[in-house]
Design a protein around this ligand. Structure first.
Ligand code: ZN
Length: 839
């Protein structure tokens, strides 16, 4: 229990340390005033919804920064199933990016972040599909666990559990939140959790219904048991209103293009009591938020109030004696709510003393058996008597130091204690904890119950500073992080990870064999240590042949990368299987690749997927040999097309404006290309001329709704074809929805590949999104498909001849299906690319 608590606290303090793009944690007098006010408020609120971006950031900022209560956001999922607007990452990688974006947002609005084991499997229209895929009780138990651990006074649901919510996962979040309100209080529900936590009765359950539109607002204003809060209130200490802070926080959701305005002035929000005593004026009506609620706590309250009253912003250290007094009083209280307050108080003592405490490693990655150095630094920037009695490093391996502790810290001169450690040979790699075991359907497998709910891995190492300040003992924890300078961005930190000595990566995650010919397949070997050499072992599925079952590598420097080429011969007929690589390192077998996710708004993230590629043998014929590709928001379609033997050229602004387009058999626009590329929109005329002269243009999906995150207006997309097309918001989310052929005689269904219903088997996540809702009669719709219980959709793929060439609009999810190696998707897409060459 104790270890678990320190881990959670340490994760929180990691968050405080990481600079978020110029949005550093508050400091100085504003932070001092805020922490004094917070110390005197013993209350908490937990908001529950389904995804990164569902949270009401203004309300979170109002609660955490304005009302000074402990505030949490529980998102059922990490948003793995959405579209990525800033790169090609999908699934696990996108979940990692969104997790870090939420943490970056929380550093700004002051709330904490939690998750369940549920995976966002993509858009669904019903909560039932969620419960079938996730297991109702499994996710309910996670919500109950977070509630029992966080102990909120009030739970705020972001959704109503009704079709008004839209997404089925939104509805599920409200249904589960409501059930958890009672289940968390019932010791007969999920009794296995009571080994670590106690049952907890939240006092009030409220719903914060969306009121963005006029209609929604009118509906909400009629709801009974409703109160109003105004996050538009200005905070003179912070210099912003909470709604303005919300704009900054929300703008961290970059992978969703959620850059938001910093709204000024009054902004009303509504909260409706759903369970517990009805609130008539305030969220906390009838709830004591003072220290009086804790037996024996009143004395702490009056000391903290005295500290707040006598606080001198010019001389904050004068408040320290009162804080030390409060610390002694708190230590006599035995209440789970106090634990969190003790952590806040230790941080306040450090802040008011002007101390700076830090733990930094000499590198950000270490291999099993390797060694690591840390510096624990204490800097006394005030004239107080502070001693470092000891520093203990807690972590995955024992540490040693030769430095002596004790003695009063000199004024404004850093005192550094140097530690070393050797990582065990069998130390596991630092995989995000929710990815370290195989998934169970649409949920993560988390073997250690104490990890459930955590936003990210606890740090590998953390430093416990045992201080004596004047005559009192104070303990403060800091994560050991790597501190570095990025020339373009300044000083940054990143977590320390354990990485394999070598990482193995196939050049493609799915390798397509469009005919029976052998193919060269490349394995990249990356050394994380100097002088890495050895022999890679390869395993192929039955029926596939490989030029060699092994390959040697010999790399001199850490960071060096080499390639080993293998000739793979597929079976004659359709087949699929896994190609795996492994290498012996000491007495361990390494069979992982290594991926670093690097964006300026989040700390770099590392993960270690298995060194496996999917092998796919399927007959695919393609008439387009040279393809121009206009990359949009980011996708991996070009690499997939290369696998069919085509030459793929990425087209830049110059190519679009003045290049020779006629050399391409087909030109393809990437996902959301019209949304993100003004050069594409500007040169639409040249592309249409290219079609007129005999080319083939294939346009993948774009977004046309009013919330176009790139500020594009809806009519920007009026000219994406030779004849008018209106982009709608229709999507088909069930990946095996039946598909009808509307024009069975269309050459696109027969040449060069004969398309049958089988080609729509084995698709992943969805059929497609942002279908056309209206189109000119020149277009021929090719397919009809729809979700169960929905009306037929015919706007997924439109085809027309134009001049001597062909134009195809297609909103099927090629960006998911092709990189995943879905054979039918390759065959259909090859026909679309070949459209201009067939009649
Ligand atoms: Zn959502």
């Amino acid at each position: 229990m104790d270890f678990a608590r320190t881990s959670i606290l340490a994760v929180l303090s990691t968050a405080c340390l990481t600079p978020a793009l110029g949005q550093r944690e508050l400091s100085g007098s504003a932070q001092a005033r805020l922490s004094l006010d917070r110390l005197n408020v013993v209350g908490s609120v937990l908001m529950i919804a389904a995804h990164p971006d569902d949270e009401n950031t203004a309300l979170l900022a109002y609660l955490a920064r304005g009302r000074k209560v402990r505030t949490g956001y529980l998102s059922l999922t990490r948003g793995e199933g959405g579209q990525n607007l800033i790169g090609a990452e999908q699934g696990d990688e996108l979940g990692i990016i969104r997790t870090q974006e939420l943490l970056a947002a929380r550093r700004i609005d002051g709330a904490e972040q939690f998750f369940t084991r549920a995976i966002d499997f993509g858009f669904t229209k019903t909560p039932q599909e969620c419960f079938e895929k996730w297991g109702h009780d499994k996710i309910l138990s996670d919500v109950v666990w977070v509630v029992r651990r966080f102990r909120p006074d009030v739970i705020i649901l972001r959704f109503g559990g009704i079709p008004r919510d839209g997404h089925g996962q939104h509805q599920a979040s409200a249904i589960l939140g409501r059930e958890a309100f009672s289940a968390a209080a019932d010791p007969k529900r999920f009794p296995e959790q009571l080994k670590w936590v106690e049952a907890w009765q939240t006092k009030r359950l409220m719903w914060n219904p969306a009121s963005f539109t006029k209609e929604q607002r009118e509906e909400v204003e009629k709801m009974p048991n409703r109160i109003t809060v105004d996050p538009g209130d200005y905070d003179p200490v912070l210099g912003h209103s909470y709604a303005e802070i919300a704009g900054m926080s929300r703008s961290m959701h970059r992978s969703q293009g959620m850059g938001a305005a910093e709204r000024k002035g009054s902004v009303k929000d509504f909260l409706v009591t759903q369970s517990g005593p009805v609130a008539t004026h305030d969220i906390f009506d009838g709830i004591d938020l003072s220290w009086n609620r804790i037996p024996g706590g009143a004395a702490v309250g009056s000391v903290v109030a005295e500290a707040a009253k006598t606080f001198d912003p010019e001389n904050p250290y004068r408040t320290v004696p009162l804080l030390l007094k409060a610390e002694k009083l708190m230590a006599t209280l035995h209440e789970p709510l106090v634990t969190h307050k003790q952590h806040e108080l230790s941080e306040a003592i450090v802040l008011f003393s002007g101390l700076w405490l830090d733990a930094a490693s000499d590198k950000f990655a270490v291999t099993p058996g390797g060694s690591l150095k840390f510096d624990a630094t204490a800097l006394n920037r005030n004239h107080m008597a502070v001693q470092v009695k000891s520093v203990e490093i807690e972590g995955v391996s024992p540490t040693t130091t030769k430095d002596k502790f004790g003695g009063v810290l000199p004024f404004n001169e850093p005192k550094v204690y140097a530690f070393t450690t050797t990582i065990a040979e069998h130390q596991a790699l630092t995989q995000p904890y929710w990815l370290s075991s195989p998934k169970q359907g649409d949920t993560y497998t988390i073997p250690n119950q104490l990890d459930v709910g955590l936003p990210e891995n606890p740090p590998l190492f953390q430093a416990h500073f045992h201080l004596r300040i004047e005559s009192d003992d104070v303990e403060v924890v800091r994560p050991v992080a790597y501190r570095y300078i990025e020339r373009a961005q300044g000083e940054l930190t990143r977590p320390v990870v354990v990485e394999p000595p070598v990482a193995l990566q196939w050049s493609q995650s799915a390798i397509m064999f469009p005919n029976g010919s052998p193919k060269s397949v490349e394995l990249q070997v990356r050394a994380n240590i100097a002088k890495a050499s050895g022999e890679v072992q390869i395993q192929t599925p039955a029926g596939w042949r490989i030029s060699s079952q092994s390959g040697d590598f010999d790399l001199m420097a850490a960071g060096e990368q080499g390639e080993i080429l293998f000739q793979v011969t597929p079976p004659a007929n359709d087949a699929q299987g896994a190609l795996t690589a492994s290498v012996r390192a000491g007495d361990q077998t390494v069979a992982t690749s290594m991926e670093t996710i690097n964006y300026p708004h989040i700390p770099p993230q590392v993960l270690f997927p298995p060194a496996t590629a999917k092998l796919v043998r399927a007959d695919v014929r393609l008439l387009a040999k040279t393809i121009g590709y206009v990359m949009g928001a980011g996708d991996e379609v070009p690499q997939a097309l290369q696998q069919l033997g085509a030459e793929v050229v990425l087209l830049g602004a110059d190519d679009l404006a003045g290049g020779n387009l006629s050399r391409f058999d087909a030109i393809v626009t990437g996902v959301r290309a019209y949304n993100v590329r003004a050069d594409l929109r500007a040169n639409e005329g040249r592309l249409l001329d290219y079609v007129k002269n005999g080319g083939t243009l294939v346009v993948q999906y774009n977004v046309a709704d009013g919330r176009n995150p790139f500020g594009g207006e809806t009519n920007l997309l009026a000219n994406i074809g030779p004849f008018p097309i209106t982009i709608g918001s229709e999507r088909v989310t069930v990946e095996d929805s039946p598909v009808q052929f509307l024009n069975p005689a269309s050459p696109l269904l027969h040449q060069p590949n004969e398309i049958t219903a089988r080609d729509f088997e084995g698709w992943i996540q969805e059929r497609g999104l942002y279908f056309a809702s209206k189109w000119d009669e020149h277009y021929q719709p090719l397919f009809e498909t729809h979700d169960p219980t929905e009306k037929p959709q015919t706007g997924s793929t439109l085809y027309t001849r134009y001049g001597k060439g062909a134009y195809v609009f297609t909103a099927f999810s090629w960006f998911r299906e092709l990189p995943a190696g879905v054979p039918g998707a390759f065959r259909i897409f090859a026909n679309l690319l070949s459209a201009g060459k067939i009649q």
